[in-house]
Design a protein around this ligand. Structure first.
Ligand SMILES: [Fe+2]
Ligand SMILES: [Fe+2]
Length: 193
């Protein structure tokens, strides 16, 4: 194909066309293989990369960025508010699944049932806020006031997790136990995508 590509104008175009076809096919195959590898890593090995506490902290930061975007909207930007609320709900729901299905049960296993139950209780109210925000008219000042209430609730919840609960829990576990939790939250997160 390379020699044909160098043979005169028509040959060049023909060869080049074939070359680009091959490149495009390669990109598609490579992309699919990449997705497959990612899926296999997250679903089977659980994605040994990373650490459950770091992952959850990063997700907390993303949630706060979505709040920043929502709080920057005006009352008449109802479509944007609806889209950002959907984004907020998605990131909170994925995160809640990772915590409620893995981290909180592990806390209960480690004799920290009261702490896990309190955090789970907060999650219930966070879902209630999301429900109310979906139902309320998005062009009213009451809507953005409720967003700020939800943000305050989540900020306090995040503070408890990041400063009071997770550091000592993480430190109390062996490397193997922390790696296992990382595997399990990656599986939960992946199943939600
Ligand atoms: Fe939480
Ligand atoms: Fe969290």
């Amino acid at each position: 194909m390379a020699t044909k590509a160098s043979q005169g104008r028509n040959g060049w175009f023909e060869g080049n066309g074939k070359l680009w076809g091959a490149v495009a096919a390669g990109v598609v195959v490579g992309f699919a293989a990449n997705l497959g590898r990612k899926a296999a890593m997250q679903a089977v090995t659980g994605g040994a990369a990373g650490d459950w506490f770091e992952t959850l902290k990063a997700e907390h930061r993303i949630t706060m960025k979505v709040f920043d975007l929502i709080e920057a909207t005006e009352d008449d930007q109802t479509v944007r508010r609806g889209l950002l609320l959907a984004k907020l709900k998605y990131s909170l729901s994925k995160h809640a699944l990772e915590e409620e299905d893995v981290v909180y049960p592990a806390l209960r296993d480690a004799a920290r049932k009261d702490v896990a139950d309190k955090l789970n209780h907060d999650h219930g109210y966070i879902k209630t806020y999301l429900y109310e925000l979906l139902e309320m008219p998005k062009d009213s000042p009451a809507w953005i006031a409720k967003i700020r209430e939800l943000r305050a609730l989540i900020e306090e919840h995040v503070r408890e997790e990041e400063e009071e609960i997770y550091p000592s829990f993480h430190a109390s576990l062996s490397d193997e136990q922390n790696a296992r939790l990382t595997t399990l939250i990656n599986k939960e997160g992946f199943s939600y995508n």
